[in-house]
Design a protein around this ligand. Structure first.
Ligand code: ADP
Length: 908
């Protein structure tokens, strides 16, 4: 510990708190800070939140705001910075994005109350809420088109290894889900849920098996005491949170499920300080219910964001025609988690199909949806007592919209999904609708304290109080003219401020007159500024009192009505939540129907089994991009990967063709078509028949991952290894340019062996794009390998890409022609041509066809290698060594570790 840390204020240090030099306010601050050591403390002082000491330094750096000094603590200046209350949300957002957590400490009483206890008394304050990345509720802190999930990973150690469960909830919408995961599935699950914050127990946080997965999850990980994950305590917590006698009603929950959900609820309590978001009971998801997509594949396919992290250019962006925030969030979730259950997929497709046909109904539904606000988020804010009048209006407009939508849907004969949505929308009570519609003004203000949100005529007492207040204001306004006449000072003004209340103001030249008889009898001097002199009168003071008490009364009445309405909303809570969800789902179905109609998508035939037959498929994003650039039409292509007659496994298509020919686009479009179909969307094709894919793997393009210390080639091999080890008969695999990052023969050999493995072992539907033409020879020996190529035309020495996939092999790479298009100097091009001719000549003499007949079949090879390659044995010594973190060790730790290793070595 260095000298500086020693001198830092520490509230748990009794000496500091007892030190008479510590002011009462500082004592309060230090105590509160000590209770929230891992947060920046936003300490409320009047209209500001102030930060002190290290917090001030960190915040001023992060926010670029001025660091100043406020008083002294134990003889040293106290660094301070502050943010105004009314812009605090913006600063909060930046701090949270910057990885900080913030404890918001409010004044719990009016400063006048504190003064009554003596001049030295400090206003009572306490933390009312911790703001963390996963517990945001404010509109300004959230992206309306995305969920902000808080996730918790529960672990129960069992005989057969760890049992894990992931719980995730969005406290700003109330959604709460659960699923069992294995350690291997964890990265895919986290990539799908993409939580803003992940809670894990200290023990799990420290355990080496999960270190990699936690590090790679792109989220802020919060370790918590392991006791918060204890499944028995967790069960009690869940029972009390949901006020139920047993968890049976929530489905079949494992102990890990309960641990995860219980810890999540405990953390919500801890951060919301007793405020209760309207979380719905956790809904467990059966394992394997959604297509498993590992993080690399998910990123590569750019489902909800591009590789550079933007929404624009992603599949979601290209497809999104939703008109509500709830719809946008639901669509993102559906595209992130395509289903594997044929019944549910069909149910969604039936609904989309109906809406594609029913054009008029779709148009009126979309029109009505446009008026629907973000019901779920407003309701959550109101439940947390963080809502304002505008949230009430949101609920009102949401309820009205739900009613209209239910009316449009009340035609009978709808597919099940739409009937069910209609039932939820129609279930809201007319009473609440009526109360909100008559109580609120059309456009209420954001904050309660602004007042005037209750409509005239709703409550007679309120109208009276307002009339009194407004009449008195009128009288005040009239007084200015009266006083001008009485004093003869034409420039006299009646003004108001918070310190003096109403006062009369004249310029300094009239001071003498005002302060002399007879005027001095009526006008009492209050304040002299440089050029103005201010007076008050009994009449003004009296009016002021009347205005203030009428205004107070009006405000109190408005607040009372606000609370009653909040109560009514909470009473209707479950039905409102269900309606809010239904709004989002309906918006998604309409949006999918809209895009299908707009872009000529067809209904896919989704079925069990392993068919895969796409006719005239297109890439939904590239197609739109080409159109926007007016770069000619997208060329539709077929893709058959299902088994041929008499075969029991899918095909593997080897695709060759020049760079820029369209190989990657073709690979991705087929993966996307399968995902879209299983998400319940129509697909960009003339016809599509797809046997349900349970796992999707891709290896497309590669970037160095230097942060993780991996070269392009290493990343490529890690991803390829995952595919070859995991892909099963119902998987879909797309591999692009395997083996490019190393020497030609190396790369070719790996690609060759990978194809054989896919064909013989994984036996899954696969697309394999490559620039190694040698690989096309495999079609001769492996019955389910087929060759396809992208057609090109040569024209006056240049190459023209036709983007058409045809069966067969590319005759050459056209690399030199592509290089010419890219503008390589002519001298380089002609030299390259020369070298190429030589190389091709040599290759012809020892062609790949020869290689095929020379090599023993892979199957033979497999039999020989049936025993798994001996994995490096993880003995205790190795495990212990792997856990060492040399950079974090003191010399003493290092020495202790060395002794321990020696002991382990002797034991083994
Ligand atoms: P490769 O992987 O063979 O190098 P890409 O798939 O990256 O080629 O395609 C290169 C470009 O060609 C794309 O950016 C796109 O503009 C265009 N393209 C690809 N496929 C098609 C197609 N089917 N129709 C029209 N243009 C296409």
């Amino acid at each position: 510990m260095n000298a500086m840390t020693l001198e830092e204020p520490r509230a748990d240090d009794a000496d500091v708190l007892d030190d008479p030099r510590v002011t009462p306010m500082m004592r309060q601050y230090l105590e509160i800070k000590a209770a929230n050591p891992d947060c920046l403390l936003f300490y409320r002082m009047g209209d500001f939140y102030e930060l002190f000491f290290e917090d001030a330094e960190a915040a001023s750096r992060a926010l670029g705001i001025t660091l100043t000094v406020r008083g002294k603590h134990l003889g040293r200046d106290i660094p301070m910075c502050g943010v105004p209350l009314h812009t605090a949300d913006d600063y909060l957002q930046r701090l949270i994005a910057g990885g900080f957590r913030v404890a918001v400490c409010e004044q719990l009483e009016d400063p006048s109350e504190a003064r009554k206890r003596g001049s030295k008394s400090v206003v009572q304050r306490d933390v009312v809420r911790l703001v963390t990345p996963g517990t945001l509720t404010e509109e300004r802190l959230l992206d309306s088109s995305r969920n902000n999930f808080l996730a918790a990973l529960g672990r129960v150690k069992g005989a057969g290894g760890d049992e894990l469960a992931l719980a995730w909830a969005d406290i700003s919408t109330g959604e709460f889900r659960l699923m069992a995961v294995t350690a291997g599935e964890l990265p895919a699950a986290l990539a799908r849920v993409a939580p803003g914050e992940l809670l894990v127990s200290d023990a799990l946080y420290d355990s080496p098996e999960y270190r990699q997965a936690l590090r790679e999850a792109k989220t802020s990980v919060t370790p918590l005491p392991s006791a918060m994950f204890d499944s028995t305590a967790a069960e009690r917590r869940l029972l009390s949170f949901f006020a139920v006698a047993s968890l049976d009603g929530f489905g079949d929950l494992s102990r890990a499920d309960v641990a995860a959900a219980g810890a999540l609820v405990a953390y919500v309590d801890r951060t919301q300080k007793g405020g209760r978001p309207p979380l719905r009971p956790p809904r467990p998801e059966p394992s394997g219910a959604v297509v498993s997509i590992d993080p690399a594949t998910r990123a590569n396919l750019e489902l909800t964001q591009t590789l550079s992290g933007e929404r624009k250019g992603s599949l979601l962006w290209a497809l999104d025609r939703t008109v509500t925030s709830a719809g946008a969030r639901e669509l993102a979730k559906r595209l992130s988690a395509p289903l594997t259950d044929l019944k549910e997929i069909t149910r969604r497709l039936d609904a989309v199909g109906h809406l594609v046909e029913a054009r008029e109904m779709r148009a009126s539904l979309r029109e009505a949806l446009k008026a629907a606000p973000d019901l779920a988020r407003s309701r959550a804010r109101l439940a947390l007592m963080r809502g304002g009048p505008r949230d009430l209006a949101c609920v009102r407009d949401g309820v009205v919209a739900a009613g209209e939508l239910a009316t449009i849907l009340a035609v009978g004969g709808l597919p099940a999904a739409l009937e069910e949505i209609s039932a939820r929308l129609g279930a809201l009570s007319d009473e609440l609708r009526g109360a909100l519609a008559t109580a609120l003004v059309e456009r209420p203000p954001l904050n309660r304290r602004d007042g005037n949100f209750i409509a005239d005529g709703y409550r007679p007492e309120l109208d009276e109080a307002r009339a009194l207040r407004d009449e008195s204001r009128q009288v005040v306004a009239g007084l200015q003219a009266t006083y001008q006449d009485r004093t003869g000072v034409r420039s006299l003004k009646v003004k108001h401020n918070n310190v003096l209340g109403y006062f009369v103001e004249v310029t300094a030249q009239h001071e003498a007159k005002m302060r002399a008889e007879p005027l001095s009898g009526e006008f009492f001097h209050r304040q002299s500024l440089a050029n103005q002199i201010r007076f008050s009168t009994n009449e003004l003071a009296d009016l002021e009192g009347r205005i203030a008490s009428a205004a107070d009364r009006a405000m109190a009445l408005e607040n009372e009505i606000f609370d009653t309405l909040c109560h009514a909303i909470a009473e209707e809570g479950e039905r409102l939540d269900a309606a809010g969800e239904a709004l989002g789902e309906l918006d998604v179905l309409c949006s999918l129907a809209e895009i299908a109609a707009e872009r000529d998508f067809v209904r896919p035939e989704v079925q069990d089994g392993i068919a895969f037959d796409i006719e005239g498929g297109r890439h939904p994003v590239v197609e739109q991009a080409l159109e926007a650039e007016r770069s000619g039409p997208f060329v539709a292509n077929d893709c058959v990967l299902g088994p041929a007659d008499g075969q029991d496994a899918g095909r593997l298509l080897v695709i060759t063709g020049p760079n820029m020919g369209g190989k990657s686009t073709f690979l991705r479009q087929n993966a996307l078509i399968a995902l879209l179909a299983q998400a319940g969307s129509f697909v960009p094709a003339r016809r599509a028949r797809i046997g349900i894919v349970d796992r999707l793997f891709s290896r497309v393009g590669a970037a160095d991952d230097l942060a993780r210390g991996r070269s392009t080639f290493m990343v490529e091999m890690v991803e390829t290894a995952a595919i070859l080890n995991q892909a099963g008969p119902r998987s879909l695999v797309i591999l692009d340019e395997i083996g490019r990052g190393t020497a030609t023969f190396d790369g070719l050999s790996i690609a060759w062996a990978a194809i054989e493995h896919l064909h013989e072992v994984n036996r899954c539907r696969s697309l394999f794009a490559t620039h190694f033409h040698e690989l096309t020879a495999l079609a001769e020996t492996l019955p389910r390998v087929f060759n396809a190529t992208l057609r090109v035309k040569e024209w006056q020495g240049d190459v023209v890409f036709l983007h058409e996939v045809v069966s067969g092999t590319a005759d050459r790479s056209y690399g030199v022609q592509v290089a010419r298009l890219a503008g390589l100097p002519e001298a380089v091009l002609s030299r390259a041509k020369e070298v190429l001719e030589r190389l091709e000549d040599t290759e012809r003499k020892s062609g790949a066809a020869g290689l095929v007949s020379d090599l023993p079949l892979f199957a033979v090879h497999l039999a020989r290698e049936a025993k798994p390659a001996p994995a490096a044995k993880d003995d205790a010594l190795r495990l212990r060594m792997r856990d060492l973190a040399p950079d974090d060790m003191t010399p003493r730790d290092a020495l202790a570790a060395l002794y321990e290793l020696k002991r382990l070595a002797e034991e083994t």
